[in-house]
Design a protein. Structure first.
Length: 171
């Protein structure tokens, strides 16, 4: 009669030798190391895939000098934008677009240059509808869009993902 052994990473007695005196399962050879390494590699690959499919432009913003007693609300928007696209960007136009009124432009920054892997800090005064400002107060971020010519000479338009946070640094 042939007996089958459970894999060494299974709990329970198998030949009476797979459980340590402390009651913990024992592992055979390098299997746990190989399994752990495989898990780490899979997770690293998943993180790389997310980053590769991630945002080309992201950053932080803050609001100050806010006058919200009338409509429109006037405020100063300062943001630090990071370029994760893998290419230098020159002569870009970054536009503040409306969420309440789609494609409504509330202002822009022109002639913006951001080297790959670098950031730039931009600041300007804007007038936006009271409803737009209320959305920002509830956690929605300003809708910023970068338009530029890519390294192949093609027009590009990319959303800038912004979150409230520090805007110090950058050029």
């Amino acid at each position: 009669m042939r007996t089958h052994r459970l894999p060494q990473f299974c709990e329970g007695p198998v030949g009476g030798k797979d459980v340590s005196p402390a009651g913990r399962p024992r592992f055979a050879g390098q299997r746990p190391l190989a399994a752990g390494l495989a898990c780490v590699l899979v997770l690293a690959g998943a993180l790389w895939a997310v980053a590769a499919g991630g945002r080309d432009f992201a950053g932080f913003f803050k609001l100050n000098n806010i006058n919200n007693t009338a409509d429109p609300v006037t405020l100063t928007l300062t943001m630090r934008v990071f370029n994760y696209s893998g290419s230098d960007v020159t002569n870009a136009t970054i536009t503040l677009l409306g969420s309440v009124v789609p494609n409504q432009s509330y202002g822009r920054f022109v002639g913006v240059a951001i080297a790959t892997g670098q950031s730039v800090t931009l600041s300007s005064r804007f007038s936006i509808p009271q409803r737009e400002y209320q959305l920002w107060q509830k956690g929605q971020s300003p809708n910023m869009m970068a338009q530029f010519t890519d390294s192949a000479g093609n027009p590009a338009r990319c959303k800038i993902e912004l979150a409230p946070g520090p805007v110090v640094g950058g050029k």
